[in-house]
Each structure stands twice: as structure tokens, then as C-alpha cells.
Design a protein around this ligand. Structure first.
Ligand SMILES: [Zn+2]
Length: 75
């Protein structure tokens, strides 16, 4: 595998803190994280690491939320 750092993660790619690398996630869904500062919460994509089953999160844009909701579904 190439270890080049690209600027953007692909849609199904997450950074796994346990593996300390980019991984492909399983069971991806859209989840709203509660945040006191943000009304309605912060949209994230969450999934499980293919290698170690750690729960992964990444923040997504509000504008992308409905699109990703349709594609992956809500958690
Ligand atoms: Zn992992």
C-alpha cells in the first residue's frame, strides 16, 4: 500500500487512532453528535474500522448531511 498523504479522505475512509492509519470503515451511518454550542448537534459519519473494530467518526458538512443520510442511513 502507498503511504502517500492525500489531502482528503475518501468517503469511506476514516483515520483510525488505534491503527494509526487510514482505514476503510464498515457499517457507515450518519450520526448527530450532541454539542452544547451547536443547535441540533454536529453531523458526523461513523463506522467501524475494518482492522480492529474501533468506532470511527469524522465530521461532515451540514450541506452533505441529507445526501449522506440517503446513501448510508442514520445510525
Ligand atoms: Zn483500526
Amino acid at each position: 500500500m502507498q503511504n502517500k498523504l492525500k489531502k482528503k479522505l475518501k468517503q469511506k475512509e476514516f483515520y483510525c487512532v488505534k491503527c494509526r492509519k487510514r482505514v476503510l470503515a464498515d457499517d457507515i451511518c450518519v450520526q448527530m453528535l450532541k454539542n452544547k454550542k451547536v443547535k441540533g448537534g454536529v453531523p458526523t459519519l461513523s463506522g467501524y474500522c475494518n482492522n480492529c473494530d474501533t468506532l470511527l467518526y469524522k465530521f461532515i458538512k451540514h450541506a452533505d448531511k441529507s445526501k449522506l443520510n440517503k446513501k448510508f442511513g442514520k445510525c
